[in-house]
Design a protein around this ligand. Structure first.
Ligand code: SF4
Ligand code: SF4
Length: 294
């Protein structure tokens, strides 16, 4: 059997994400996963394959592996994956919580998804058009009472802001950690979010650039992508975690899709050193190179 080389997460990297599937059991109108190839047509690797690939990862304390999607719990081996990832890898989960909480409590130990962090490890997204708040809050409390580190996040989408703020108050009253998430993307004629590179997400032009990421983005078939946009648009990957020789390369790669970037990659955020102005990708433009040469 060919030996799988460890995948060491470089110091520069701030996020490690396994998109177990891009499919979901809800249908939010603003979902960023609703384009590219439909989830049903995508290849999904098995739980055993995920575990084989993910257990190659060598990451540092405080940089967890985030299991997400789509909705990660609809992967048929979701619980197997959780229970078989090596203990040295910390785990966070992004979920809409439509799974069976009793089964989850019976099969997963809360310490498997607990870590020393200023926010909950199971991050539930609340989508008011698709779910009722009261049963969702009851489910969160059930998991919280079973010692899981869990909280709810509500996206401040312009069409739902009042509802989200009211939900926060209701949940805070029950002792649930409910936080707001900035809405990124288009609504009406407006693009919401603070983005470092002008026009990157406007979808009005395409330009050749060089791009380097600080994230390990793994898609449903174990492929590794340059960015979220490549994942969602099913562009060719740069590697696969089941390739025994795969290693992360901290390099600028040519890209001719600039202008069709995803807000997740371009939004301005605070990095782990609490420095504002950080983005997931660094982009070099041909004119920058020309300036340097002259
Ligand atoms: S729950 Fe999340 S992944 Fe599912 S449809 Fe809504 S936004 Fe998309
Ligand atoms: S320029 Fe945009 S689309 Fe191209 S790799 Fe970078 S983030 Fe992705």
């Amino acid at each position: 059997m060919t030996e799988m080389k460890p995948i060491v997460i470089p110091e520069s990297h701030n996020y490690v994400a396994a998109f177990l599937t891009l499919g979901c059991n809800l249908k939010c109108s603003y979902c960023i996963n609703h384009f590219g190839i439909p989830a049903s047509a995508q290849k999904h690797i098995t739980g055993e394959e995920w575990v084989k690939g993910l257990n190659r990862i060598v990451t540092r304390k405080g940089l967890p592996l985030t299991l997400q999607g789509g909705e990660p719990s609809i992967h048929k081996d979701f619980i197997y994956i959780l229970n078989n990832i090596k203990p040295e890898i910390e785990i966070d989960i992004l979920t809409n919580l439509q799974f069976d909480a009793d089964e989850f409590i019976a099969k997963v130990h809360p310490d498997r998804i607990k870590r020393d962090a200023p926010y909950a490890s199971i991050r539930v997204s609340y989508h008011p058009t698709e779910m009722e708040l009261k049963p969702l809050a009851e489910k969160v409390l059930k998991l919280q009472n079973a010692n899981f580190s869990i909280g709810i996040w509500g996206v401040l989408h312009p069409s739902q802001e009042d509802e989200i703020r009211a939900a926060q108050e209701y949940c805070a009253g029950l002792g649930i950690d409910f936080r707001f998430k900035e809405f990124l993307g288009e609504y009406g004629d407006e693009l919401f979010g603070s983005f470092l590179y002008e026009g990157a997400c406007d979808k009005e032009f395409k330009k050749d650039v060089m791009c380097k990421t600080t994230e390990l983005i793994m898609g449903p078939d174990g492929s590794v992508y340059r960015c979220h946009s490549d994942l969602y648009e099913s562009r060719p990957p740069v590697g696969n975690i089941l390739d025994p020789d795969y290693q992360i390369e901290e390099i600028f790669r040519p890209c001719d899709e600039y202008g069709h970037c995803n807000p997740c990659d371009i939004k301005v955020k605070t990095n782990r050193f609490q420095q504002f102005g950080h983005t997931s990708v660094e982009i070099k433009f041909p004119e920058d190179e020309e300036d340097q040469a002259s």
